[in-house]
Design a protein around this ligand. Structure first.
Ligand code: ADP
Length: 334
């Protein structure tokens, strides 16, 4: 599987098996997105052209990288990937000049790419050419190098952090949503069969894991692996509903899928800041970087209705107080 071999086998024990969905048909859920991609892919193929540049936007673990690879597969194109923050102009130039015709060039965390590096990509994205300096100092010359017709596929958790002109150069901006428990259950079922050795898990246990996965495929996959370990050591290896419950309790994942980090975050906000705090204060109080708080913790708490963002700071809602067993504060009556 050359497609899986370059950048992100992610050190998983099972990376040698192609566990990721490889085609749009195998990609679960996100019906509208798949339909949209199918249309663009089919049209581009029938014209023999490269796809328009695509920006995938979602919280982590919802399938942006997976979709980028699938797009390459479905186009029959080569796939190259890079991570935004690490890229310098010259790195980009080297990568771009080595792309094949209709290649998919995937940049993860593209919002963290430096501003001047983003800008250096404008001519590449618009006109498939790039300006390169030759020599140094005042005598330096610029030559313009033509590029293959490629497709830039960017992934970001924070669309708003991309420069406006950069964002506008993506013909397709595609948002992925959290998955339903039913969709995640399908993924858990599939993964349990594909893991080596396969995992025996009962249907109601699958659903229980799915329900507590915060609508996020990556969390579901990690949870299955953890619960598998628990079942292996504490029982006969079969994940029954009871074992699933026991394991999730043991790993401190609550009814709504919140883990210790989420609860610490909410508790800190409630106990230290009386339910309202700024991002910086929260980051210091829970010793976590601001980015992780904004991109990992908060989106799901907001989706659950436990947190709202206001001009006056983050506010824990009554529902959050109730979930954690605090009396609801009077000033917050809904
Ligand atoms: P992102 O790039 O958004 O952080 P990934 O593409 O790395 O997310 O996906 C995380 C994990 O979840 C991968 O192992 C991937 O195979 C799986 N996954 C994501 N979306 C789906 C889906 N729709 N169907 C099946 N598996 C999925």
């Amino acid at each position: 599987q050359t497609l899986l071999s370059d950048s992100d086998s992610e050190g998983l024990e099972d990376s040698q098996y192609s566990l990721r969905p490889q085609t749009l048909d195998e990609f679960i859920g996100q019906g509208r997105v798949k339909k949209q991609l199918r249309i663009h892919i089919e049209a581009a193929k029938s014209r023999g052209q490269a796809l328009a540049h695509i920006l995938f936007v979602s919280p982590p673990g919802l399938g942006k990288t997976t979709l980028a690879r699938i797009v390459a597969n479905e186009m029959g194109s080569s796939f190259k990937s890079a991570v935004g923050p690490a890229m310098e102009r010259l790195d980009i130039a080297t990568l771009l000049t080595n792309l094949e015709e209709r290649a998919i060039f995937f940049i993860d965390e593209i919002h963290r790419m430096k501003g001047y590096v983003q800008e250096s990509m404008y001519p590449a994205m618009e006109d498939y050419k790039i300006d390169l300096p030759i020599g140094q100092g005042p005598a330096a010359d610029i030559i313009t190098v033509p590029l293959a017709h490629f497709t830039l596929v960017g992934a970001t958790t924070r669309e708003g952090l991309l420069g406006g002109p950069f964002r506008d150069r993506f013909g397709n901006r595609i948002h992925l949503d959290y998955y339903s428990p039913e969709e995640i259950q399908i993924a858990i079922n599939r993964l349990s069969e594909r893991l080596q050795p396969s995992v025996k898990i009962e249907e109601d246990a699958e659903y229980e894991l799915a329900r507590r996965s915060r609508g996020t495929m990556r969390i579901a996959e990690n949870m299955l692996r953890k619960v598998r370990d628990y079942a292996t050591v504490e029982s006969d290896g079969i994940i029954t509903y009871e074992i699933a419950q026991e394991a999730l309790d043991f790993f401190e994942i609550d009814e709504l899928g919140l883990d210790d980090n989420d609860r610490t975050y909410l508790r800190t906000m409630i106990e230290k800041f009386r339910g309202r705090a700024g991002l910086k204060a929260m980051a210091v109080a829970v010793s976590e970087d601001e980015r992780t708080i904004e991109e990992v913790y908060e989106p799901y708490l907001i989706k659950l209705g436990f947190l709202t963002l206001t001009p006056m700071g983050r506010v824990a809602t009554d529902a959050a107080y109730q979930h954690l067993g605090y009396p609801t504060p009077e000033y917050q009556s809904t």
